[in-house]
Design a protein around this ligand. Structure first.
Ligand code: ZN
Ligand code: ZN
Length: 137
């Protein structure tokens, strides 16, 4: 994160029933291949993150939360099916599926995580660091 962003990020689901803005900076993008991200996305998830206080929902008409594990909820649109958010049960951080942000994002993908859970059809060959589980593992 080099220069502070002066305009808010905007993003939405496919149908627009869920829309949001983010003030301030977003974390670089992680590619997560864990089985839950694989199932919910149909492939893998590209996620950035921020403090939950930076996120404002400008429309939550069709936002649903699914408890994907005892530790986390996933926010999705009940109309168009877009996967938008991942929120831990404890803590203030919220992950945002990077593809729901309106470009240009200025963000950069930096690593793959949970590659041990990637499916067998998928060859990761972009040269970014690969972690079997969480970063550092
Ligand atoms: Zn939608
Ligand atoms: Zn994941």
């Amino acid at each position: 994160m080099s220069t502070a962003r002066t305009t808010d990020y905007t993003g939405s689901c496919l149908c627009g029933g869920v829309a949001y803005t983010v003030a301030g900076d977003l974390r670089p993008v992680d590619y997560c291949h864990c089985s839950q991200c694989r199932k919910t996305s149909g492939h893998f998830v590209a996620a950035t993150a921020c403090d939950s206080g930076q996120l404002t929902l400008t429309s939550d008409a069709s936002l649903c939360w699914y408890e994907s594990s005892p530790n986390a909820m996933r926010g999705f649109c009940e109309v168009c099916g877009s996967s938008l958010f991942w929120r831990p049960a404890h803590g203030r951080h919220i992950s945002i599926m990077a593809g729901t942000l309106d470009p240009p994002t200025g963000l950069e993908a930096i690593e793959h995580i949970f590659v041990a859970d990637a499916s067998d059809y998928h060859t990761i060959a972009d040269g970014l660091p690969q972690h079997a589980g969480e970063p550092g593992l």
